[in-house]
Every structure is written in C-alpha cells, then in structure tokens.
Design a protein around this ligand. Sequence first.
Ligand code: ADP
Length: 156
Amino acid sequence: MTKAVFPGSFDPITIGHVEIIRRAAEIFDKVYVSILDNPAKSRQFSLEERMELIRDAIKDIPNAEADHDSGLLTDYCRKKGINVIVRGIRNGSDVEYESMLESVNTKIAPELKTVYLIAKAEYAYISSSLVRQLIEIGISIDGLVPNADHKILRRD
Ligand code: ADP
C-alpha cells in the first residue's frame, strides 16, 4: 500500500490543488492532503477554515483525506507510514524551489521519495495568493476555487 502526502498551506485550496490531488489519488492507494505549515506564520484563513475547505473540496475522492500537523514534514511521514511526497509544478520558479526542498528532505529522510505532477496549462496561473488578492479587492473567485460559494469564502 503506497501512501502519499500532498503537503501545503492551502490558504485557501484552489482548483489547481484539486486537480493534482485527483491525479495523485489515481496513482497512489491513499493521499493525505495535509496542512503542514509553521503555526507562527500568519495566514488569511485559520487552520480550521482551511481544513474545512479541503474536506469540502475532496469529499468525492474516496482515497483522499484532509489532515494537519505542526511538525516537520519528514517526521509526519514517518509517523503516518507515508513513503511519497507529491508536489505540483507550475513554472520554472516552482522547479527551483521544489528541488531545494527535495534536497533538504532527502538529507533528513532518504527513504522518502518526492513525485512532481505538472500543472495543467490552464491551471498554471492559479495560486492561493492570487485568490486571496482577488477576495481582498472584491473580485469573484468563481472558477479558481472548488467551493467559491462556501460561507468561509463569501464576504457578504
Ligand atoms: P506551499 O506553501 O507549501 O507552497 P501551497 O498550498 O501554496 O503550499 O502549495 C502546495 C503545493 O501545490 C505546491 O507543490 C504547489 O506547487 C502546488 N500548487 C499550487 N498551486 C498549484 C496549481 N495551480 N497547479 C498545480 N500545483 C499547484
């Protein structure tokens, strides 16, 4: 049984994330979609809100599960028996950043393997920070997040 984790801050989850999760769920037996961020870092949405939006977004993917942890990704993987880390790649800067992260993770936990899924071209421009900026200036986020009507994302 191959368990994978798709770690991130998901502040908030976007359709770009969901597309990666769907593909990962076809490849691996189990996919944990896990918020593993520094609790000291300030976020637009609270941990509970981000978890609720993830749960809502993946409810039709039976082998995907929302989770969170405040420790190191490598410790989390050991604790849960996870062997694969899934990350999404949108552009060249993601490649640079992700290869640096992979080197660090491999140094700490050589048994963990990272797998990269390339964003579909039409989703490559979508990021959580774009969604946050649009919310801030009051522009619709329909089509960018899986659950734009969710009460957590509505500002009325
Ligand atoms: P982090 O703070 O760890 O980068 P994010 O929630 O921003 O957390 O992203 C989590 C993962 O999802 C990263 O691997 C990121 O590259 C990937 N990702 C983000 N947006 C997209 C997208 N539109 N298409 C594919 N992958 C994406």
